[in-house]
Design a protein around this ligand. Sequence first.
Ligand code: SAM
Length: 211
Amino acid sequence: MPTTGVSHPLFARFYTWFSQVLDRQGMLGQREALVSGLSGRVIEVGAGNGLNFAHYPPSVVGVLAVEPEPRLRAIARHAAREARAPIEVVGGLADRLPAADGEFDAAVVSFVLCSLPDPVAGLREIRRVLAPGGRLRFLEHVRAGSTGWARAQDLLDATVWPCLTGGCHTGRDSVTAVQAAGFTVESLERFVFPARVRSPISFCVRGEARP
Ligand SMILES: C[S@@+](CC[C@H](N)C(=O)[O-])C[C@H]1O[C@@H](n2cnc3c(N)ncnc32)[C@H](O)[C@@H]1O
């Protein structure tokens, strides 16, 4: 297995705890909706600790889950054993996916485009491995619509945030990145999470796009 060069031991530990807190607060429902109705072969890019795995329906015949961070990948392998769909967890990077052209019926990313060094390059690579008629499902926190929050996001992204969070950026316009990579966005829901107490990572989107 070639090394990915991605290693964030402290963030991996923190994210494993924090992502489960968010799921208990309601993100779990968004994860269910993210993969609902998928079928055939799926590639999940940046699978983290595998919190989407339990939600893949049995109509999915196989998931290739690509995760570069070794500690998160080990946790994802445990999660894969509990899933209803067969899931293989491998190392790899979004802009060099270990997959052939047109191999997958669907691709899934959740809270990943914020962390890629070049999100458009990663999305172009995802397009490459999708079959004609395939689809991309995404769930991401994105740039806020209000000037005040967007300024706060820019400030965080230029200073401490990416160093503390494995390269995450709070203020990316990931929907525009999806379109810039050649996808057509066919459905898009914007929501604030959690609705009561906002933070720079509260402004979220869930959607589907076609190559
Ligand atoms: C915030 S976590 C999200 C994890 C998971 N998708 C989820 O929904 O909980 C961001 C993930 O992106 C992964 N990542 C970072 N850089 C990447 C890259 N270049 N290619 C693929 N994944 C990457 C990280 O290792 C991490 O697992």
